[in-house]
Design a protein around this ligand. Structure first.
Ligand code: PMP
Ligand code: GLU
Length: 388
C-alpha cells in the first residue's frame, strides 16, 4: 500500500526498537543482557499507584480538559516553584501523554518549513525526526570534540537568519553531560538577541551526580524565561514511563496553541494517570533522592567496568542513566557502532544502542538502569567477546 512521504521518511525510534528486540529474544528463552533501557528498572512508588486506583474507584474515568486538569497544572506549578524558584500559573502549563508528546506538540506549534532548529549532537534520537515532521531542519553542533559540552561560540557560528529554536537537554541523553552554566548564560543571551526559542528538556533534572549542579536558563531573567519552554515529566523521576504523563511550561499563547493541536490529536492525557501524577509531584520526595543515590552507585560501577575495556573511551556522565563510550580503538575492526552492536548481540548476548541514531557512528549507548549484578555480568561478557 502507498504510504505518505512523511511517514515513509520517519525512522523507528532506535531506543524503543532495541528494547523490543531484547524482550523478544528473552521471551524466546535467550539469556540476553539488555543495556538499551531508557527507563528506570524500579517500580512506581505505592502512594502514586494508590492515588490512581482511588481515582478509578471514584469514577474518574471520563475526559478531562484537553490540556490536563487544573489541579495537576497547579501541582506542576508548585513543583517548578520548589525545584526552579520560578513562578508560573496554570495557563503556562500543558499536560501531554509523556514529555515526548509535549515536545512533539511544541515543535509542531513553533516550527515550519524553512525554519532551522539548533540541535547539539549527540542528541536524543527523537529530536531530529520531530523537527523534520514539523517541516523544519535540524542544524547539528558536534560536541564530541568539546567533551560533549555545548559552547556559546559553537552556537553563535550555527545561527543563521532562519534559526528559530535551540534544544538544550542537560543532563543529556545519551551523554549524561550537564552543560556549563556560563556557556548557557551566553547562549541564552544569543537567543534573546536573535529571537530564538529555547526548548529546555529537563527530564533528567533529578538524576545528577557528584557536585554537578542543575541550571535552567529561564532563571536568568524574565526576558530569557519568555523564550524558554521547559519540558518535564514523571517518567524518569518517579519511574512512571508507562503512565504517559509529561508537560511543557512556557508562554501562555504558545501553550494555548499547543492545546488546540492536542485537542485534534489525543485529547486529554489519561485521567487516572493525571491523578497519580498529582500524588507524585505533591507527595513525599525522599524516594527520588534514595533512587538517585542507587543510580550514582551504578554509574560509578559501570564507568569503572567500561574504562577497564581496552579501546573504549568514556567521559564520565554527570547525570541521567546512560554512558556513551567512544569505540575509537575498535573502529578498524568494526567500522561503525552498528556493526559493533551486532557483534555484541551475537557473540556476547549483550544488547547496546548504536550511536548512529544519536548522531555518532563512533559511540554506543549503555544504560545503567539495571542491577549491579547485570552491569558486571554484561560488561564482563563484552570484554571477553572483544578479546577473542
Ligand atoms: N526527552 C528525553 C531526553 C528522553 O530521554 C525521553 C525518554 N523517554 C523523553 C524526553 C520522553 O520521555 P516521556 O515521553 O516518557 O515522558
Ligand atoms: N528516552 C528513552 C531512551 O532514550 C526511552 C525510549 C524513547 O522514548 O526513545 O531510551
Amino acid at each position: 500500500m502507498k504510504l505518505s512521504t512523511l511517514v515513509t521518511n520517519i525512522p523507528a525510534s532506535p531506543t524503543l526498537t532495541i528494547t523490543a528486540k531484547v524482550q523478544e529474544l528473552k521471551s524466546q528463552g535467550q539469556d540476553i543482557i539488555g543495556f538499551g533501557a531508557g527507563e528506570p528498572d524500579f517500580d512506581t512508588p505505592d502512594h502514586i499507584k494508590e492515588a490512581a486506583i482511588e481515582a478509578l474507584n471514584k469514577g474518574k474515568t471520563k475526559y478531562t480538559p484537553v490540556g490536563g486538569t487544573v489541579a495537576l497544572k497547579e501541582a506542576v506549578c508548585e513543583r517548578i516553584r520548589t525545584d526552579y524558584a520560578l513562578s508560573y500559573k496554570p495557563e503556562n502549563v500543558i499536560i501531554s501523554c509523556g514529555a515526548k508528546h509535549s515536545l512533539y506538540n511544541l515543535f509542531l506549534t513553533l516550527f515550519e518549513q524553512g525554519d532551522e532548529v539548533i540541535c547539539p549532537a549527540p542528541y536524543w534520537v527523537s529530536y531530529p525526526p520531530m523537527i523534520e515532521i514539523a517541516g523544519g531542519t535540524p542544524v547539528f553542533i558536534d560536541t564530541t570534540k568539546t567533551g560533549m559540552k555545548l559552547l556559546a561560540d559553537q552556537v553563535e557560528a550555527a545561527i543563521s537568519n532562519k534559526t528559530r529554536g535551540i534544544i538544550i537537554n542537560s543532563p543529556s541523553n545519551p551523554t549524561g553531560m550537564l552543560f556549563d552554566r556560563q556557556e548557557l548564560e551566553a547562549i541564552a543571551e544569543l537567543c534573546v538577541k536573535h529571537d530564538i526559542q529555547i526548548i529546555s528538556d529537563d527530564i533528567y533534572q533529578k538524576l545528577i551526580y557528584d557536585e554537578a549542579e542543575f541550571f535552567n536558563v529561564a532563571t536568568i531573567s524574565p526576558e530569557v524565561a519568555e523564550k524558554t519552554f521547559i519540558i518535564q515529566g514523571v517518567s524518569k523521576t518517579y519511574a512512571m514511563t508507562g503512565w504517559r504523563i509529561g508537560y511543557c511550561i512556557g508562554n501562555p499563547d504558545v501553550i494555548k496553541a499547543m492545546t488546540r493541536l492536542q485537542s485534534q490529536s489525543t485529547s486529554n492525557p489519561t485521567t487516572f494517570s493525571q491523578e497519580g501524577t498529582i500524588a507524585a509531584l505533591m507527595g513525599d520526595q525522599s524516594l527520588v533522592e534514595e533512587r538517585r543515590g542507587i543510580f550514582e552507585k551504578r554509574r560509578n560501577l559501570i564507568v569503572d567496568k567500561i574504562n577497564d575495556i581496552p579501546g573504549f573511551e568514556l567521559i564520565t556522565p554527570q547525570g541521567a542513566f546512560y554512558t556513551f563510550p567512544s569505540i575509537q580503538g575498535h573502529m578498524d575492526r568494526f567500522g561503525s557502532a552498528s556493526r559493533l552492536a551486532e557483534f555484541l548481540l551475537e557473540n556476547a548476548h549483550v544488547a547496546v544502542v548504536p550511536g548512529e541514531g544519536f548522531g555518532s557512528k563512533t559511540h554506543f549507548r549503555l544504560s545503567f538502569a539495571m542491577s549491579e549484578k547485570a552491569i558486571v555480568e554484561g560488561l564482563d561478557r563484552i570484554k571477553q567477546a572483544l578479546n577473542t
